[in-house]
Design a protein around this ligand. Structure first.
Ligand SMILES: CC/C=C\C/C=C\C/C=C\C/C=C\CC/C=C/C(=O)SCCNC(=O)CCNC(=O)[C@H](O)C(C)(C)COP(=O)(O)OP(=O)(O)OC[C@H]1O[C@@H](n2cnc3c(N)ncnc32)[C@H](O)[C@@H]1OP(=O)(O)O
Ligand SMILES: Cc1cc2nc3c(=O)[nH]c(=O)nc-3n(C[C@H](O)[C@H](O)[C@H](O)COP(=O)(O)OP(=O)(O)OC[C@H]3O[C@@H](n4cnc5c(N)ncnc54)[C@H](O)[C@@H]3O)c2cc1C
Length: 661
């Protein structure tokens, strides 16, 4: 699509784009993280878009379960080959965002890239990396991360798969003792992978040392047949990500060499002696790494959905605002703006938080190399909180965008249903959100109780700021609003801690008190993480060196985000005195003003996300706004339209209609 050729474009969209009062390319660079990154992303996307191998013969929704898998595996394999062939040497992990949309509904190599390779990098010692890293990066072996079992996903300590060390032959014996110990869910495990990292309970010298990672060959490298002692299969259709072959796995006393235990952090020596790690949760590192990645991935899903909903809202006309006048664009309804524009604001919130988190991750990883684990709990808490809020915000945001498209949003060809199912699963995988938020709450209560002790953990340093409990600001700058979030979070933590203490003082065990307070604790964790996101948003926009136009747009989006979230949880702000009922009413009014200010820029802002039509894959969201023709053309692809009268008519309908004769 030639974006300079207005003649092919829907007139509403032409008018919308003419209203733009900022430099779109500059905003695109901010979204990508710099000019160089924009150029790189475009180069990769061009490479993919122009390649006919990535086209589907028929829309995926008409394929069988087997064909979907096989079609996406074909494209995934081609993608890996293609990226490997490029002389510029693309780093697939760095450039993963550029690939969004090319593979549809998950893909069989997803966990190989996002967990198996990272697990080798983070959990294997240098000899082990020598043996497996190069081979997995070259895709000579394909792996997954097999942790969850039928009986346990959340509670990692409850895993039942056993790895028992036998010093006489220096081997571990992997065994699945019960049906509930069957590994269940790992992506690519069913039919694709020939290796995996298995999390199993380590037994040596008669003691259990808890879950540890082991690398296990599952299939013969020549025939791809599963090895003796190993039962493998695929678990069947799911709500989403159906192109992936999530699998099951059972071991029947399957032996692996001692050196297949990933030994970067803890070891089992030849005689069976266990050497403990620097920190007992280092074996959970792969999950933490992926949680960080999920924040960025959620912002991308939301970019897709809100691009579709915003463009469609500009093209779609319905009903009337002024009686008797032409039907307005649905984007002119304030209620429609309230659905769509806060989701645009949310995209930037997630982008800036993801960047901040990833910086913290890099510094914690650097410290870990020097044996310093002090900031691991801080990273665990932040990555858990941000994974939880980004996945729930993005899922809700995508669903709101789908609802904003009315009936057409329900159609597969809008690409909104698949975007939704592909996003909502992030609420569950890599740590179910409630459980992760309770981990954040645990960290908050612990930090609150150790006020005065220097921990170096900056995300919770505000808990010591008792003065702010008393002083609510009366000004309404963005900074002042962020202070209100801080006050609300601090006050909830103080309330939860007091309630816990009271129950304990009344004689309850701490763990019962914890469970009894867990709804409030969840709120603490959400408020704390929301405060973090708001603070990063405000600071990033405030310190941004950008043209006036771009800065104004981002300031307005940031302000909208702050006010939107205050209105959603206004009770917490009122309860702690951070804001008065009058303040809330004023802010609600200002939110409507902001919607009106941002309304004329909405199409241009989503244009700045710069998602090519081929990747957006949506009849409703295409650049030229030629929505109705596309909807019609897509409908014609339904296999039911191959004939005027379907076979099923003769088999079932005709006999029914004639039965009474
Ligand atoms: C390179 C790749 C980059 C990017 C990828 C890009 C995008 C990604 C997009 C898509 C993702 C692709 C595929 C996803 C496929 C999905 C895979 C999976 O789902 S894998 C399985 C995931 N499973 C889980 O997440 C399980 C969740 N459960 C847990 O993590 C633990 O059970 C839990 C933390 C809840 C509790 O652990 P437990 O051992 O029982 O702890 P305990 O209660 O004893 O102690 C708590 C104690 O430990 C501290 N702690 C816990 N975890 C960590 C940690 N990771 N690091 C540091 N510390 C930790 C915790 O703070 C607490 O400390 P205190 O005792 O309070 O001091
Ligand atoms: C699409 C998808 C892909 C996946 N890919 C992989 C993979 O590649 N590898 C892998 O190993 N796993 C994978 N998983 C599994 C995933 O990690 C688990 O499903 C997830 O960790 C949740 O665990 P669970 O299913 O045991 O849920 P449960 O823990 O049984 O959750 C059920 C309910 O119980 C609640 N609950 C549980 N514990 C607590 C608690 N302590 N406090 C309060 N409430 C609690 C939860 O909040 C939830 O409401 C995948 C899952 C999905 C959906």
């Amino acid at each position: 699509m030639d974006k300079n050729n207005e003649r092919e474009c829907n007139e509403d969209l032409i008018r919308e784009r003419r209203k733009c009062n900022f430099n779109i390319e500059e905003l695109t660079n901010i979204v990508d993280g710099g000019k160089a990154r924009t150029a790189r992303r475009r180069e990769i996307q061009r490479l993919l878009i122009n390649d006919p191998e990535f086209l589907d013969e028929i829309p995926q929704d008409y394929m069988s379960h087997e064909d979907r898998y096989s079609n996406e595996l074909r494209k995934s394999a081609h993608l890996m080959q293609k990226l490997a062939d490029q002389e510029s040497g693309h780093d697939i992990h760095q450039d993963i965002g550029a690939l969004t949309g090319i593979l549809k509904d998950g893909n069989p190599l997803m966990v190989h890239l996002s967990m198996f390779i990272p697990a080798i990098l983070g959990q294997a010692n240098s000899e082990q990396q020598e043996k497996w890293l190069g081979r997995s990066l070259r895709n000579e072996i394909i792996g997954t991360y097999a942790q969850t079992e039928l009986g346990h996903g959340t509670f990692v300590r409850g895993l039942e798969t056993r790895a028992t060390y036998d010093p006489t032959v220096e081997e571990f014996v992997l065994h699945t003792p019960t049906i509930t110990a069957t590994k269940w869910w790992p992506g690519g495990l069913g039919k694709t992978c020939n290796y995996c990292v298995v999390m199993a309970q380590l037994y040596t010298q008669g003691r259990c040392y808890g879950p540890h990672p082991f690398i296990v060959q599952l299939r013969d490298e020549e025939t791809h047949r599963s090895l003796p002692g190993i039962t493998l299969g695929e678990i069947g259709p799911r709500l989403g990500l159906n192109s992936n072959d999530n699998g099951f796995l059972k071991f029947e006393n399957h032996r692996i060499p001692r050196t297949n235990m990933l030994m970067k952090h803890s070891q089992v020596l030849k005689d069976g002696t266990y050497v403990k790690p620097l920190h007992n949760k280092l074996s959970y590192g792969t999950m933490m790494l992926v949680r960080v990645g999920i924040v960025g991935a959620c912002s991308r899903s939301l970019q897709y959905a809100v691009t579709i909903a915003t463009r469609y809202s500009a093209v779609r006309h319905q009903s009337e605002i002024v009686p008797g006048q032409p039907e307005p664009q649905i984007l002119d309804y304030q209620t429609q703006q309230y659905k769509v524009i806060p989701q645009i604001a949310s995209v930037f919130a997630l982008i800036f938080s993801a960047r901040s988190l990833s910086k913290i991750q890099s510094s914690v990883t650097a410290k870990l190399k020097d044996g310093n684990t002090d900031l691991l709990p801080e990273l665990h808490s932040l990555s858990s909180g941000l994974k939880a809020l980004s996945s729930s915000d993005a899922s809700w945001g995508v669903e709101v965008c789908r609802l904003a498209c009315g009936g057409h949003g329900y159609l597969a060809s809008s690409n909104l249903p698949r975007t939704y199912t592909g996003t909502t699963c992030a609420i569950t995988y890599e740590g179910e959100n409630t459980v992760l938020l309770l981990q954040v709450a645990r960290y908050l209560i612990k930090s609150y109780r150790s006020i005065g002790k220097e921990t170096g953990a900056s995300s919770v340093s505000y808990l010591a700021d008792q003065t702010s409990l008393a002083s609510s600001s009366s000004s309404f700058s963005n900074k002042a609003l962020v202070q209100a979030f801080k006050l609300s979070a601090l006050s909830l933590v103080a309330e939860a801690e007091a309630r816990l203490q009271k129950l304990c003082d009344m004689g309850q065990e701490f763990y019962h008190a914890w469970n009894y307070c867990s709804v409030l604790l969840l709120k603490c964790a959400e408020a704390h993480t929301r405060y973090y996101i708001c603070e990063k948003y405000e600071q990033t926009v405030d310190s941004l060196k950008a043209s006036e136009g771009v800065k104004n747009v981002l300031q307005s989006l940031c302000r909208l985000y702050l006010i939107y979230h205050i209105t959603l949880t206004h009770g917490d702000f009122l309860k702690c005195g951070a804001l008065t009922p009058r303040n809330i009413a004023v802010l609600e009014g200002e939110m409507c003003d902001l919607l009106a200010v941002l309304r004329p820029q909405a199409v241009s802002i989503v244009d700045a996300f710069d998602i090519p039509d081929e990747l957006l894959g949506s009849t409703l969201g295409c650049w030229d706004g030629n929505v109705y023709q596309r909807l019609y053309d897509e409908a014609l692809k339904s296999p039911l339209n191959k004939t005027d009268v379907p076979d099923a008519y003769y088999k079932y309908l005709l006999p029914l209609m004639k039965s009474s004769l």
